[in-house]
Design a protein around this ligand. Structure first.
Ligand code: EPZ
Length: 421
């Protein structure tokens, strides 16, 4: 089991490049299954979750070539096994994104239910309800969603879909299914994340008719067939936000190339309020801080609000900032598991249900800590970068799911960090 050994206290300086977005690459790899022509995706990050998705796609009988420059070519002409088996889905909930495309292209799909994960139950009931509204017959058997079209029906039908709560992958499943459905689909309360916008752009490059992606209403007019295309994956706003917090917390000065300030408004506003300098540039974002920051309160909400995927990272920053902060997590029911690990490093945090109150400490002390989920791992790395002494972060396979070579990027910026077995 790999660990990260960090000796804290060094400000981050220099320049790194932000990788392609995990949460855009995963749906877009599935969108490639909507056509029997080759699809080329550029700027795909080398992550464990991407490797899992490629394994899933190859297991279906499709070809997926990942070349060194981050380009993946998917050719699903020979796809003959429209299934996502449990042993793969249990490690990555995003496998549910295969459901819409397989159903739309092949009229059938068997996808394992994801099961819970560390941060919450994360059911897929909204995905099922929306696809049933488009005419799919979906039964749950032996832990699998078995989806079919009614006998004699060749295509899904467009529908008006309003979900009980905003769902990112639900929105993505509906967009992909609707692209090949008969007639018009309206998503009444879709997710508006930049990854949704990027998926819509890719679908349109394949010949789909998607409009309003990234706004509060998406309209898709189905077409008979989609063609191959080339699409560059948007930069990862959560990786970028994570590094913004790391640089601000360590008092450094860094340029994050390809970072999109327009995708991080809520996070950048809070960092500026805390006392960091954040300067959007045409080639990315420059971030610096030369004094102790002031803790900032926030609540996580759907985009364009403060992202839940940045909650743990900003909490780490608040723990060594001046003053108290009140953090409210409104999206997931159990996303404070980093709190007990941060407290081992001397952080002072009180949790009551969905609310965590931090009391800024002058310093944190390095300790052995354990990662519990992807973004919690990132918050422990940030804490380790500012703590006195050595921090050993265990179970960093969580980190490898969503961050491409994080320790190498941090070393380039001057951090004293190494991966140990
Ligand atoms: C996506 O997960 C992201 N993953 C998550 O990022 C992110 O935290 C989340 O959106 C919220 O922004 C990918 O894009 C691959 P949801 P998703 O459906 O789509 C409930 C990371 O760190 N819900 O928007 O699974 C759900 O339980 C990961 O990169 C239902 O009840 O999240 C949650 O409370 C973690 N039924 C809320 O809605 C459903 O059918 C939002 O979930 C669907 C969702």
């Amino acid at each position: 089991m790999d660990k990260l050994l960090i000796r804290g206290g060094r400000p981050l300086r220099g320049e790194i490049r932000i990788s392609g977005a995990k949460n855009a690459a995963l749906p877009e790899l599935c969108a490639a299954l909507l056509t029997d022509e080759p699809v080329t995706l550029q700027n795909i990050p080398r992550l464990q979750d991407v490797a899992t998705m490629l394994k899933l796609i190859r297991n279906m009988g499709a070809k997926a070539e990942f070349s060194n420059d981050g380009t993946v070519v998917i050719d699903s002409k020979e796809l003959h096994f429209p299934e996502a088996p449990y042993e793969m889905v249990k490690t990555m909930r995003a496998s549910v994104l295969a459901l819409g495309p397989l159903l739309a292209r092949f009229g059938e799909a068997t996808v394992s239910l994801p099961g819970g994960c560390a941060i919450g139950a994360r059911p897929v009931d909204q995905h099922i309800k929306g696809l049933q509204k488009m005419g799919a017959e979906i039964v749950i058997e032996h832990g699998y969603m078995i989806a079919r079209l009614p006998a004699g029906q060749k295509r899904l039908k467009g529908a008006h879909i309003r979900t009980d709560m905003i769902t990112v992958t639900g929105t993505e499943n509906f967009m992909m299914a609707a692209a090949l459905a008969e007639g018009e689909t309206i998503l009444e309360n879709p997710a508006q994340e930049p990854e949704i916008t990027d998926l819509g752009d890719m679908l349109n490059a394949m010949g789909a008719k998607v409009e309003g992606h990234g706004t509060g209403r998406i309209r898709i007019v189905g077409v008979e067939k989609l063609r191959g295309a080339t699409h560059k994956v948007v930069a990862d706003r959560i990786e970028c936000g994570t590094f913004l917090c790391a640089v601000a917390a360590t008092g450094g000065d860094v340029v994050l190339k390809d970072g999109r300030a327009d995708h991080l408004g809520a996070v950048i506003d809070l960092l500026r309020a805390a006392g960091a300098e954040v300067e959007p540039r045409k080639d990315g974002i420059r971030v610096s801080a030369d004094k102790r920051l002031e803790a900032q309160s926030f609540r996580t909400t759907e985009y364009p609000g403060f992202p839940t995927d940045m909650q743990a990272q900003f909490m780490a920053l608040n723990c060594i900032a001046e003053g108290d902060s009140k953090i409210t997590e409104t999206i997931f029911e159990n996303r404070f598991m980093h709190v007990s690990e941060l407290m081992r490093m001397g952080a002072r945090i009180d949790v009551d249900g969905k609310v965590a109150v931090t009391h800024g400490a002058e310093k944190l002390s390095g300790a052995m800590v354990m990662a519990t989920d992807l973004r919690a791992s990132a918050s422990l790395v940030i804490a380790g970068l500012v703590a006195d002494g050595e921090t050993l972060v265990d179970r960093i396979y969580h980190l490898d799911r969503g961050y491409e070579q994080m320790e190498n990027k941090l070393r380039v910026l001057g951090a004293d960090i190494e991966r140990v077995k």
